[in-house]
Design a binder for this molecule. Sequence first.
Ligand SMILES: [Zn+2]
Length: 333
Amino acid sequence: MPGATSAVGAGPVSGTVRGQRSTASPRRSADPGDAVVEWFDSHCHLQGAYLSGAGDEAGGGAPGSTAVGPGDTSGPGGAPPGGHALAGVLARAAEAGVTRLVCVGTDASTSLGAIELVRSLRSPGSAARAEGVDAWATVGLHPHDASAGVAATIGVLEEALAADDLVVAVGECGLDYHYDHSPRPAQREAFAAQVALAHQFGLALVVHTREAWDDTLDVLRSEGVPERTVVHCFTGGPGEARRCLDLGAVLSFSGVVTFKNAADVREAAALCPMDRMLVETDSPFLAPVPHRGSANEPSRVPLVGAVVAECQGVDRELLATTTTANARQFFGV
Ligand SMILES: [Zn+2]
C-alpha cells in the first residue's frame, strides 16, 4: 500500500546516556506477528520555534533556513511549514517505532532550546516518557546564521557544552553556498570554530553542506576530521559520497532520498556501506514522499528508511536495526 507505514511497536529501550537510565517503556505492536522495529531519527528540530511555524524571524532566520534539497516545496530559506503539537508528534513517532531522536540546534537560542526541550522530555510524567521516546540534543550555529556575532555565539555553545550532559554533538554547522545568507568567510570561521569545539569536548560533529563540497572538506581536513562526523541530510551523488566516506564521515539520509528528482542521492545511498549511514527527517522540513509540502515529523523516518533499504537491497527491518545501532554508537547513547 503506497504511503502506508506498517504498525510496528517499539521495543524496550535499554540505552543509557552518561549514567542516566533510559526513560522508555516497552511497546508492542497490536499484531503479534509484526516484527518489533525501532528507528532512530538522527536529526530533527522539535523546539517550539519550529513547531509553531513562526520561528523564522524569532530564531534569527535559523529555523526556516535549514531546509535543503532539490525542489523542496517546504520552503528552503523561508518559514517552516507550520508544525504539530508536540504530544501528537511523540505519540505518532512511538506508533511508527521511532523510539530515539536527536533534536538539533542552529543558533544560540535554538541550541539552548534543544537542551531545554530534551530536559523536559526526560522529566517524570512527560509525554516522551509515556510514549517511550528517548531524546538528546545538539548545539550548533548554522551557516545561514554565521554572520552576526560568531564569537559570542560560539561562547554560548561552549558554555552549554561544559554545563550539560544531554548534548551529544556539535552542529549543525558547515557551509551553504546555495543561499549565501552569511558571507562565506564568516561561514568558514563559524564552521572551523565548531569543528574545534567537537574536538575539545570529544563530541560528534553534525555537518550541513550545500554547494560547498570543496570548502567543506577543506575545513574538515585542515581542522582535523572529528572521529564521529556526519554529513547530515546528504544531498550529493556517488562522487560526493565517496569523498565524505574517504574522509571518515558517515552519511545521513533524509526525505530527499525519496524525491523523484533525487536519483543521484539514491545512487549514493546504494553505494554507502550500511554501517556508515544514518537516517533522519530534518523535521519540520523535507517531508518525504508522499507528504511533501507538509510539516515533517519524526514518525516519517521509516519512509526514508524504506527507500534507503530499497537502494541497499535489504529489507526495512534490517535497515532499521542497523541504522539505529549506527546512531547509538555514533552519538554514544
Ligand atoms: Zn537540520
